[in-house]
Design a protein around this ligand. Structure first.
Ligand SMILES: Nc1ncnc2c1ncn2[C@@H]1O[C@H](COP(=O)(O)OP(=O)(O)O)[C@@H](O)[C@H]1O
Ligand SMILES: [Mg+2]
Length: 295
């Protein structure tokens, strides 16, 4: 499959500190890649390097097989980018800004643009200075989606949106994927990543900590078991493969890394009222990866 994005040892240093440190990453055509990491992890730096807005200190970024800096004008026709913070002209209206952005990009699906304006409940007739952060964010999202660009790059796109609008965004990203577009989605909203992304890359302190499908990442983490009892839960501190034991009143919660049988027999003896075992959520995975990194 064709690589739409390929980075090799991509590094950006500011002084002695590496904002991004030796990133090797490939995003294939039609893939939705979730790019996760806490604040300061290097997500925005990565995106700015991909777009050729800043120069790498080391390594390189290839987009559509070409260095990010080779033909910026040509490249940007194939890419639409939604920054985390927008800065548009305060005296232009929403509609004027959309027209302006479409002109820069060189293409727009007008029908789809109108549809998006309706779906996002966006009023295009106000001046930019009178829009809330969420509404300014909508301008960027509508412009990017309506461009139908081959590669969509989103930098924490739903940070200013309410849950209903965040859902509209997710629906449109899914439609873009069905349309064969490639999507690079930087986010710290786990729900959004969990729902949309084929693979997830986790960045921490400028380094790629983990990359894989959610199922692949789940192998790294334990199963979560929750049980409740009529009285105080049994002592499971000696049980094999069990960690992160939490006891609250008559309820018990723990993780299991390995065979679950020892735990089950200990719990069964204490006659649980309810028992639940589940795969970790992305949030739990994410926290587990953090902890690993701290060790
Ligand atoms: N222009 C800059 N000058 C100095 N340090 C920077 C600059 N841009 C980013 N950094 C630093 O690089 C690190 C990564 O930042 P950033 O890519 O914005 O993270 P994220 O988008 O994941 O929150 C942070 O420690 C940040 O302070
Ligand atoms: Mg950022």
């Amino acid at each position: 499959m064709t690589a739409i994005i390929e980075t090799k040892g991509l590094t950006k240093r500011y002084g002695n500190a590496a904002a991004l440190d030796g990133l090797d990453l490939t995003v294939r055509k039609g893939e939705v890649l979730g790019y996760l990491g806490p604040n300061g992890a290097g997500k925005t730096t990565t995106i700015r390097l991909l777009l050729g807005l800043i120069k790498p200190s080391d390594g390189q970024a290839l987009l559509f097989g070409e260095p990010a800096s080779a033909d910026p004008a040509g490249l940007h026709k194939k890419i639409a980018y939604v920054p985390g913070e927008t800065s548009y002209w305060p005296t232009m209206t929403g509609a004027e800004t959309l027209r302006f952005l479409a002109n820069i990009h060189g293409s727009v699906d007008h029908e789809y643009e109108q549809e998006l304006i309706k779906k996002f409940g966006f009023d295009p007739d106000k001046k930019v200075r009178n829009y809330s952060k969420g509404n300014r964010q909508k301008i960027a999202l509508i412009a990017a989606l309506a461009s139908r660009a081959e590669l969509l790059i989103f930098d924490e796109p739903t940070s200013g949106l309410d849950p209903v609008m965040a859902k509209v965004f997710r629906d449109e990203v899914r439609a873009a994927k069905q349309n064969g577009q490639t999507i690079f989605l930087s986010s710290h909203i786990l729900e959004e990543v969990e729902e949309l992304c084929d693979r997830v890359a986790v960045l921490r302190l400028g380094r790629l900590v983990e990359i894989g499908t959610l199922d692949e990442l789940r192998h790294l983490s334990a199963l979560t078991v929750e049980a409740s009892f009529k009285a105080t839960p049994p002592d499971i501190s000696h049980v094999k493969h069990v960690s992160n034991i939490e006891i609250r009143g008559n309820r018990l919660r723990c993780n299991v890394n390995g065979p679950i049988s020892d735990l089950l027999s200990t719990l069964a003896k204490a006659q649980p009222v309810s028992l639940l075992s589940r795969k970790p959520s992305l949030e739990e995975l994410f926290l587990a990866l953090y902890d690993e990194d701290k060790k």
